[in-house]
Design a protein around this ligand. Sequence first.
Ligand SMILES: [Fe+2]
Length: 220
Amino acid sequence: MPGRKRFSFLEELKNNGWTVLDDVVESAAFLQLAHSIGAPSIGIHRYRIEHLSPTTANAAKAGTMSSQYGLGEFPLHTDTAHWPTPARYILLRSVGLSHSRSTIIASTKDLPFNPEQRHLIAQGTWLVSQVAQPFTCSVFFQPNEYAFRFDAACMRPYNSAAKRIHQHIIDTLKQSNYKEIKWSPGRVLIVDNWRMLHGRADSRETNEVRTLQRITIPWV
Ligand SMILES: [Fe+2]
């Protein structure tokens, strides 16, 4: 990370809920960067770094964004919404060849819900069922004032408040203002997964190979 002191990106992450760093050219530097924030979780295949590439709906695991949206765009969502407490930080690094498919991010505190809608969301209970031990959860969660969990691919409305507001949340997220992060080799995006939602923009390139590495930090 030439030119960036650890202090500056941690401050940015704390203040804004996200930050971007460039020139993280090796996986080892990416992992070192993650360790400077917290302890990474061990993902599938027991690696701390996972590799993400656009996947067709048929090839994707049930309950994932890819199983619903395939190679298309992904709506704004929380990563690891199927965990009892979603992971705190998500780090993504571009290692792909083509970079037209950008990532979008939006702050959860800026979502345009009115007081009545916020009340319904707060009263709502959702079911996460496609996991070994299904559980119910809420969209707002402690301890963070803006902590917000939503992923329609794995959360189904369970009580009447959730059933009334679920589609409205989906529609609001589709229309929300977002910031677009364009990828270039070695670029890293870090998001506070409790304060920010993220998604994948659409791409006109159907045979594009976009590979991102992901590190998940459960708790800091
Ligand atoms: Fe995601």
